[in-house]
Ligand binder design. Structure first.
Ligand code: ADP
Ligand code: ZN
Length: 600
């Protein structure tokens, strides 16, 4: 796309940007903080934008890149990400190129860059430290430096990349070129560090809200992970990611889910043959309904916007990790689901590991586990817990999480908790839940009698009504650390057990609705008129075009655009061009074929 040369002294404003947004991307307005960020970029100010996944970070430099004269140099940590972005940018008619070890068209790219023909030039951070690169940059006109995944510059972040440290000296050589750093994950500490490391003034920080309203959160106790996830898959068409903790579990769950649902399910973990792993990832990116079962290694390099669900077969590492992993669902803004399955053993393992953690890190590790336990155990709004964790002040109820949709009953289980903790204490803190349950309910089991536990004051003090609460209560106490499983499976008192026993601390537990009624409930993208012959025909055409062009279907059009097409049935190019997601370039390239289909 030819860059509109700015007349000297002319600065673009948001109105022009909005026109451009419609023209290039086919979108009617900016989302969230995009306009704020873009206004700064157009004004030549440096910015660090912290925006959640799916907020539309790439547009905040891609759009200005098509307006400003000169090239926007984008630093991105992963080649796969760059190539994703490249395809999407080119489909919108933006002149973009990558300069990576995986490219063979270097000469053309450099020529195009020097001649000013490129809007976007994507490079890996290693480039920045190479001697010739500064000279190359000096030989062209630069509009902007965009630094993607900017938390990689900070050692506080979780993905520190030493090469990112070379960016500052490189950019300092071009003091008049504004900088735009982007990240989805940065706590206050990391943010300050990123600002300093990249030479962005403190007032250039823009932090968008963390909420992802189109993601529906649900957290359930794990009875049988395969059955529960298979149920989810039956009610939820479209691509999905299942996270499992170990390679063995990944393989096992992938096999069983495939067999149970008949859908295409593939594994992804670091132990797979590299060609197979890459193949599975590529197939997932292209697919419209595949499910990938993966260790957390998966997802970092993936920008797939149409992921309809993310399921966790076990408790993630932290709330931050949970948020990042679930954030891979529904980037396209369509409804998506995040379902976590948890078991007391997930927490037991975590609490056991605390003992091995160096003293100075133990407190923060414990806080991390407690925060997860709070999320899992809450009978209130999940989203509110998440957003409060990130320092926001959300409404008490979101209407789009399991607890808001179907409130669990909340029971004061303080007295029962005291009984359970006493039983653990009086039996010597070396028996597992099963044994304690027998003692409390007065079962004259052989082992109970042999140990003389039938003579304890806690024997048989729990009646039938309360007995059914013992299991969820034990889980809750383990999650919060008041009961800690030892290596040998015994339950010990820990955390606030003492406060509970002395009445200083109340215990409330959520009682799950009688039966899981999720089955058959509206799936995450039931808005898609699946089964509508016109919608299906549009999808078929999209698939055909994508195959011809060698891009994933979502690069051609998102589902939302096809939905609009199916309901508005435009008959002319201009009517088609007015639909969301149809920019000038896509209208020109794909418009006639879609119109022909709509007319037929
Ligand atoms: P991020 O990098 O922040 O996760 P992306 O840049 O991948 O997000 O954008 C996520 C999706 O949102 C993309 O498919 C993009 O086309 C879409 N998008 C971005 N901005 C807008 C907007 N203003 N209106 C509608 N859709 C948008
Ligand atoms: Zn809620």
């Amino acid at each position: 796309m030819a860059t509109v040369a700015a007349s000297p002294g002319h600065a673009y404003g948001l109105d022009e940007a909005r026109v451009r947004l419609r023209e290039v991307f086919g979108f009617d307005d900016f989302r969230g903080s995009q306009s704020q960020v873009i206004a700064r970029v157009l004004a030549g100010e440096s910015t660090l934008a912290v925006m959640p996944t799916g907020a539309g970070k790439s547009l905040t430099y891609q759009l200005p890149a098509t307006m400003l004269s000169g090239t926007c140099v984008v630093v991105s940590p992963l080649i796969a990400l760059m190539h994703d972005q490249l395809r999407a940018a080119r489909a919108n008619g933006i002149a973009a190129a990558t300069l990576t070890s995986a490219d063979s068209d270097w000469r053309e790219t450099i020529e195009a860059f020097r001649s000013g023909a490129l809007d976007l030039l994507y490079v890996a951070p290693e480039r920045a430290s190479q001697p010739g690169f500064r000279d190359l940059l000096s030989s062209a006109r630069l509009a902007l430096f965009a630094i993607d995944e900017a938390h990689c510059v900070s050692e506080w972040g979780h993905d520190f990349r030493p090469d990112y440290r070379q960016l500052r000296p490189l950019m300092d050589a071009f003091p008049h070129v504004p900088r735009l750093a982007l990240t989805a994950t940065a706590d206050a500490h990391t943010r300050a560090d990123v600002l300093a490391q990249l030479g962005i003034p403190d007032d250039g920080l823009i932090v968008a809200g963390f909420d992802r309203p189109n993601i529906r959160y649900a957290i359930r106790h794990r009875d049988n992970a395969v059955r529960q996830i298979a149920d989810l898959m039956r009610s939820q068409p479209g691509p999905g990611i299942v996270y499992a903790q170990t390679r063995a579990k990944v393989e096992q769950i992938a096999d069983k889910l495939g067999a149970a649902t008949g859908r295409e399910v593939r594994p992804y973990h670091a132990g797979l043959d590299p060609a197979m792993r890459a193949g599975n990832q590529a197939a997932f990116v292209e697919s419209e309904d595949m499910v990938i079962v993966a260790t957390i290694a998966f997802g970092m390099g993936i920008d797939k916007p149409d992921v309809r669900f993310v399921a966790h077969a076990g408790v993630p590492k932290s709330i931050e990790a949970y948020y990042q992993e679930t954030g891979r669902a529904g980037r396209d803004g369509d409804p998506a689901q995040a379902v976590m399955l948890w078991g007391a053993e997930d927490f037991a393992r975590g609490r056991q590991r605390l003992a091995e953690v160096p003293e100075e890190r133990r407190a923060s590790e414990r806080t991390r586990l407690d925060a997860l336990a709070g999320l899992v155990e809450t009978a209130g709004c999940r989203r509110a817990v998440l957003l409060r964790h990130f320092g926001e002040d959300p409404p008490a109820s979101c209407g789009n999480c399991d607890n808001c949709i179907e409130a669990p009953g909340v029971t004061d289980a303080t007295e029962l908790a005291q009984k359970l903790l006493s039983a653990a204490y009086r039996t010597g803190q070396s028996f597992g839940f099963g044994h304690l349950q027998k003692v409390l309910t007065g079962s004259s089991d052989e082992r109970v009698v042999q140990r003389g536990h039938d003579r304890l004051s806690v024997f048989g003090i729990v009646g039938a009504d309360d007995a059914r609460l013992l299991q969820p209560l034990a889980r809750a106490l383990q999650a919060r650390g008041a009961l800690v499983a030892t290596e040998h499976g015994g339950l010990q008192l820990g955390g606030d057990a003492k406060a509970i026993l002395t009445g200083g601390q109340k215990v409330e537990i959520g009682v799950p609705p009688a039966r899981e009624r999720s089955r058959g409930r509206r799936g995450g993208n039931a808005d898609n008129p699946v089964g509508d012959p016109l919608f299906e025909a549009l999808r078929d055409l999209r698939r055909e075009i994508a195959r011809e062009a060698g891009v994933p279907p979502y690069v051609v059009f998102h589902d939302a655009t096809l939905r609009e097409m199916a309901s508005a049935r435009p008959a002319t190019l201009s009517a088609l061009g007015a639909l969301p997601g149809v920019g000038a370039k896509k209208l020109e390239t794909y418009g006639p074929r879609f119109l022909a289909l709509l007319a037929g």
